[in-house]
Design a protein around this ligand. Structure first.
Ligand SMILES: NC(=O)c1ccc[n+]([C@@H]2O[C@H](COP(=O)([O-])OP(=O)(O)OC[C@H]3O[C@@H](n4cnc5c(N)ncnc54)[C@H](OP(=O)(O)O)[C@@H]3O)[C@@H](O)[C@H]2O)c1
Length: 317
């Protein structure tokens, strides 16, 4: 596994996500996945207060599963730990719960579930334009000053609001957003099911290239679209991969990726992750898996490289 430095702490170049831990991925399976990722040198775990609740609401089961795993492994200090709060209550309007009280409550429940007193980065899971950015940054500053988190980040925020928030933070001596967590993958995602989700567009990519802000994109493997298509064609696609990614444009990307795969010996799944890692700004893809055998391409990409020419041949930004 190669690593990057994130504000003085060593973090794996590919992060492991946990949306369904404690939900459709039961705890024993989640621990198997965590063990496999850890043994491959992975130390960057991404979770959220709402994870695990999509199937059976249990109040933050994913964080609890990770908390129990870290306690068993005695490895909290070596883990780069990322969690999120401010998500709407499931089934209600998808806008961030960004008041000081809500952030305080969410973050303290997260710390308890994770069995830690501080995370490495705390993300706002959603935005809510009813809040001025100044109020949001002041509320986040309170968490930083309380020692809840070292760094803060914005997930599913627009480029405009991120820039506005960071300008406010810098002008007022507050902690700016260190990272941005949008959807971004080699295969281009169509319209998301939830209009409050944000995919990286040209403007956002330019902002990252200009500022060198960290991006940690989710659904970075396009829900396994390229790998599944490579193995079994359209037949192999899951419902989500088919609905969000099966387009002529993505099939053309697949064809170029396959050419590079045949020439380099790297799988299309590994190439999709390396294409992200090789963007001209710091980027740590967040990957998900429901079975350990799905992690092969992740481990392949953990140590490999591609040339800028191959990156641009596969898909030029
Ligand atoms: N901030 C946000 O709003 C947000 C939103 C979404 C996710 N996230 C974070 O980002 C992480 C990654 O997102 P994601 O899970 O959507 O990413 P992803 O890596 O694009 O998708 C993971 C899914 O792809 C399929 N897959 C992976 N490897 C495969 C393989 N080798 N062969 C076939 N299928 C394969 C599996 O689907 P099956 O399980 O169906 O087999 C797996 O669950 C999440 O766990 C979470 O931590 C954040």
């Amino acid at each position: 596994m190669k690593y990057i430095d994130i504000a003085g702490k060593k973090a794996a170049r590919i992060a492991f996500g946990s949306t369904n831990f404690g939900g459709s991925v039961e705890e024993g399976r989640a621990w198997e996945l965590l063990d496999a990722y850890w043994q491959a040198g992975g130390n960057y775990l991404d979770t959220a207060h709402v994870y695990g609740d999509f199937v059976t609401p249990k109040n933050g089961e994913s964080e609890k599963v990770i908390g129990r795993w870290m306690a068993r492994m005695h490895n909290r200090e070596k883990v780069f730990l990322s969690t999120k709060g401010a998500h709407h209550v499931l089934g209600t309007e998808p806008v961030g719960r960004l008041s000081r009280e809500e952030l305080k409550r969410d973050s303290s429940k997260s710390l308890e579930a994770l069995q830690t007193d501080c995370v490495d980065i705390y993300w706002l899971h959603r935005d809510n334009p009813a809040y001025e950015v100044g109020e949001v940054m002041e509320n986040l500053q309170a968490l930083v000053e309380k020692g809840v988190t070292r760094l803060i980040g914005a997930s599913n925020w627009s480029t405009e609001r991120i820039c506005e928030a960071n300008a406010y933070a810098r002008a007022h001596g507050l902690t700016p957003f260190y990272g941005n967590q949008p959807q971004f993958s080699l295969a281009i995602q169509g319209k998301p099911d939830d209009s409050s989700l944000v995919s990286a567009d040209a403007r956002m990519l330019k902002m990252h290239a200009d500022t060198q802000m960290l991006m940690t994109p989710y659904s970075s493997q396009a829900k396994g679209f390229l790998t599944r298509y490579d193995v079994k064609g359209e037949e192999g696609l899951g419902e989500k991969a088919r609905r969000r990614f099966l387009t002529p444009e993505n099939l053309a990307i697949y064809a170029r990726c396959k050419e590079v795969s045949l020439r380099t010996g790297l799988s299309v799944g590994a190439l999709a992750l390396l294409w992200l890692i090789k963007q001209p700004f710091p980027l740590v893809p967040l990957v998900g898996a429901s079975r350990p055998e799905q992690l092969g391409q992740v481990f392949e990409a953990a140590d490999a490289d591609i040339t800028p020419a191959d990156r641009d041949y596969i898909r030029r930004i």
